[in-house]
Write a protein that binds this ligand. Structure first.
Ligand SMILES: [Zn+2]
Ligand SMILES: [Zn+2]
Length: 541
């Protein structure tokens, strides 16, 4: 026993890293592999003057990528580029729990609530103005389009993510580590770095990892290097598609600058949402880079007045209510949200087109379908494409036992990254809580190459591949020949009415319909209200 203790003390001397300190804590000896976090945190606080910074404003130019809107998946290394965020300014006040971000972004392309990294989740209107403002204070968050637009409340789950981001930077992390419930733990490792960025490592430096709990829920770890600087801050966030999703910010040593009063702050920002998978080792999910920039103009302790929560944000409610319209006998449009689903009644079963948003939405839609058609199982879920806002409920349909009809190019992504056996610890869904046996067996998919027909001998649904699009690869649409209804996603959106002019996606829809010789009377979009084919043709011609 004495001998073993002796070996432990020798190894403490061997790892006499700056600030590493002794391997003893108040509670006694630590298990192998662990370090006392206290001296590591103290050294890191001293290195960047954490006690001398109450708030900070950083400015520069940032880039954003759009999480979950990849064109392909396995073949894309990165999320698609969004418009750059010009004149980007972020103020962080850890004492009030407030973060404000403002930037200029090209209008028109995105829903206005689309912040950097975050995909289209709640379908607010298209961005109309250049200047964009995002605020979180405590658990309230909102977005303002233009200098004096009306504040639009962010959903609670988005507000929480923005609040989390306030703490995912060196000063924020060190402050969070001192809050009640942080429960710091520390470990050491030799850091190989990132193969794609740093190349092969022959002399890996020893680093310390400090892990804390933030907002009572997120286990956040920081990699602290031999200069006592935080170089990577990592956590997981809940995502309806990917489950516990990798989420991290990186800061290089060189990017830390002196901003006076003993305070150092990083200027270079680099953020990953999803696996940092240059080598595609972990998964076949597409992207990783989600935000970055050179935010070199740093003002310390010029704390603005507290930001009041607008009354409309305070009282905001978010309904998952399903509004049903019977489009034809046994054909139901399930609306009331940013994305529709369409249920079609067959002789012995029901088929639903699209499982968008998340599990809560999908369960509400499923229960409405069961109410409308109580005596038949939902046997098929037809998935139009793999953009994350359109597949947040796929797992829910697999939970209820529906077969997923999708284009063959989505199969690897779905089986490996979306409908897998992984635990979801942050927000368990039904499939992760009670995985059915077929989840591992793979027979609950129908992979469509070109054409596929669901039929009961009387009613048909023709599912077809929409040829390569700029928007996405692996797109399907559905056609009901008797009702002359086409159900499609993202080729024509009408949530803001019919567009004035035709774009490439609109022409792709016309080409598709002509190529297959479909006789269309009504277009049913996943985003927006149904429109007549003739009305649509007028804008294309
Ligand atoms: Zn899409
Ligand atoms: Zn869409």
């Amino acid at each position: 026993m004495t001998g073993r203790m002796g070996i432990v003390s020798v190894s403490v001397v061997l790892w006499a890293l700056p600030g590493a300190g002794a391997r003893q804590s108040d509670t006694g000896a630590l298990p192998p592999g662990y370090l006392d976090p206290e001296p590591i945190l103290e050294a890191a606080e001293a290195a960047i003057g954490a006690d001398n910074l109450q708030c900070v404003t950083i400015s520069g130019t940032a880039t954003a990528n759009i999480v979950g809107q990849q064109r392909l998946h396995a073949w894309d290394v990165d999320w698609p580029d969004a418009a750059p965020l010009m004149n980007y300014t972020r103020t962080m006040n850890w004492e009030t729990g407030t973060m404000t971000e403002e930037f200029d972004r090209e209008p028109g392309r995105n829903p206005a609530s689309w912040k950097w990294g975050l995909g289209w989740l709640d379908g607010t209107p298209t961005q109309r103005n250049v200047r964009q403002r995002f605020v979180v204070t405590g658990d309230a968050a909102w977005h303002v389009d233009g200098a004096d637009g009306d504040p639009v409340a962010a959903r609670p789950e988005d507000a929480e993510l923005w609040q989390l981001d306030l703490w995912l930077n060196p000063h924020g992390f060190l402050k969070a580590a001192r809050l009640p419930g942080a429960d710091p733990k520390a470990a050491w490792r030799w850091e190989l770095g990132e193969m794609g960025r740093d190349g092969p490592t022959s002399d890996p430096p020893m680093v310390r990892i400090v892990s804390i709990t933030v907002l009572g829920k997120y286990r956040v770890d920081a990699t602290i290097n031999d200069e006592n600087l935080l170089q990577r801050i990592h956590t997981w966030v809940p995502d309806p598609v990917l489950g516990d999703m990798n989420y991290e910010h990186e800061f290089t040593n060189e990017s830390y600058v002196d901003v006076g009063g003993g305070v150092r702050f990083p200027t270079g920002w680099h953020h990953h949402a999803g696996w940092d998978d240059n080598y595609q080792a972990q998964s076949i999910t597409a992207g990783h880079n989600a935000f970055g920039g050179e935010l070199a103009d740093i003002r310390a302790n010029a704390c603005p007045d507290s930001v009041p929560v607008p009354p409309s944000v305070q009282g905001a409610t978010f309904s998952a209510g399903v509004e049903t319209t019977e489009l034809a006998d046994g054909v139901y449009l399930l609306g009331g949200a940013s994305h529709n689903s369409v249920a079609v009644r067959f002789e012995d079963f029901v088929a639903v087109v699209e499982a968008p948003i998340d599990e809560a939405r999908s369960l509400a839609v499923i229960e409405e379908v069961v109410r409308l058609v109580p005596d038949r199982p939902i046997r098929f879920l037809v998935n139009t494409h793999q953009h994350h806002d359109h597949i947040g409920g796929l797992r829910t349909y697999m939970h209820i036992g529906a077969t997923i009809v999708t284009h063959w190019r989505n199969f690897d992504f779905y089986t490996r990254d979306v409908m897998n056996y992984d635990q979801r610890t942050l927000e368990p869904d039904m499939l992760s809580l009670w995985p059915p046996t077929e989840l591992a067996e793979g027979y609950q998919y129908e992979r469509v190459t070109e054409n596929y027909v669901l039929s009961d001998g009387d009613r048909n649904m023709h599912v077809s591949y929409v040829h390569p699009l700029q928007h996405v690869e692996g797109m399907l649409m559905a056609y009901l020949p008797r009702e002359r209804i086409v159900i499609q996603a993202d080729l024509l959106d009408t949530h803001e009415g019919l567009p004035d002019t035709a774009g490439a996606a609109h022409r792709a829809l016309v080409t598709q319909v002509e190529r297959l010789g479909l006789d269309v009377d009504t277009i049913v979009p996943i985003h927006g209200e149904p429109v007549s084919w003739d009305e649509f043709l007028r804008i294309v011609e």
